[in-house]
Write a protein that binds this ligand. Structure first.
Ligand code: HEC
Ligand code: HEC
Length: 260
């Protein structure tokens, strides 16, 4: 259960409610401070780290979706203020207030979608998901839906908002592992359209459009054609109107198991 803030006097206070990192620890950051920290960062830290938290020539990414050694406000603050002994990470001479903004910025970089108060109407987004965009044909949420695509019940806690937007609008250059679409013709002239789940020298597992897992040995396969494109449509910014698209993002961003 997500606790509602008792007092929400200013919009800013509401936006800053207790985002939590994947590890389950609560992390607070104020989006306005984070935006100020973004500017300080691009000015002061990109000699080594990359622009916008990307990896740099001489220092690691601060915002890639991975596990970090330093995840708490205290630990990040300490790294910036005092440097990291035995590495090239220097102690920063910036004033305390700027360091606080940098920490907020780093938290914001690492936030997954559920950590942000993504605008839009999640209930309407669910209707888009179930009906108009037909996402449920391929995706399960809370035990309901299809299995050709990944289960999205926890997607808001797994991906950043930018990654969700990207999944819906930018086709992947090649289908990811476990989602390679293929058409198989067997030696007894049966055809199976689906995705390749596992492939070994002598056997294939194909999840058919019928949602059944077909196990085939090499000698049962007459022909196999791999399709170059993922089954995931990536034109939802065109198929949906801007309001529907935003509502869908609001819905997806709230799919997080630990928050229910
Ligand atoms: C001279 C190069 C250099 C500069 C300038 C620099 N860093 Fe670093 N930083 C590093 C290196 C190298 C590491 C990796 C240290 C390690 O191996 O643990 C690092 C690590 C960090 C970490 C720890 C990452 C983690 O999760 O473990 C933080 C936070 C960080 N830097 C923030 C900053 C900020 C904010 C600034 C600007 C005020 C800054 N750095 C400027 C080189 C630099
Ligand atoms: C015809 C089947 C199909 C439909 C319809 C479909 N998807 Fe997908 N989706 C997939 C497959 C397969 C993947 C995994 C391969 C990939 O990422 O390209 C995927 C991947 C995704 C991902 C990335 C998951 C991750 O772990 O990063 C998201 C998010 C997503 N779909 C959301 C949606 C939403 C929202 C809709 C409806 C607006 C939708 N999908 C409609 C099949 C589908």
């Amino acid at each position: 259960m997500r606790k509602a803030p008792i007092l929400c006097v200013l919009a800013i206070t509401c936006l800053a409610q207790q985002p939590r990192q994947r590890g389950g620890r609560r992390v607070r950051f104020d989006p306005v401070e984070a935006a100020a920290g973004h500017e300080i960062y691009n000015r002061s830290c990109t000699m080594c780290h990359g622009l916008d938290g990307a990896p740099g020539d001489r220092a690691p990414a601060l915002g890639a979706q991975r596990r970090y050694l330093r995840a708490t406000t205290e630990d990040i603050q300490d790294a910036i203020k005092n440097g990291i002994k035995g590495t090239n990470m220097p102690a920063s001479p910036l004033p305390e207030a700027d360091i606080k903004k940098l920490v907020a910025y780093i938290h914001s970089l690492r936030a997954t979608a559920v950590d942000l108060d993504v605008p839009g109407n999640p209930a309407k987004g669910e209707q888009v998901f179930q009906a108009k965009a037909n996402c449920a044909k391929c995706h399960m949420v809370n035990g309901r839906g299809g299995i050709l695509g990944p289960d999205l019940s926890n997607i808001g806690a797994e991906r950043s908002l930018a990654a969700l937007r990207e999944a819906l609008t930018i086709p992947k250059p090649i289908p990811p592992r476990g989602y390679q679409p293929a058409k198989v013709t067997t030696t007894n002239n049966q055809t199976i359209e689906g995705i390749v789940k596992n492939q070994h020298n002598t056997s294939f597992q194909i999840l058919g459009a019928d949602e059944k897992l077909h196990l085939l040995t090499a000698d049962q396969i007459k022909e196999i054609t791999f399709h170059p494109k993922s089954l995931m449509p990536a034109d939802f910014d065109k198929v949906l109107n801007p309001t529907e698209f935003q509502d869908l993002l609001a819905y997806l961003s709230r799919q997080a198991r630990s928050r229910r």
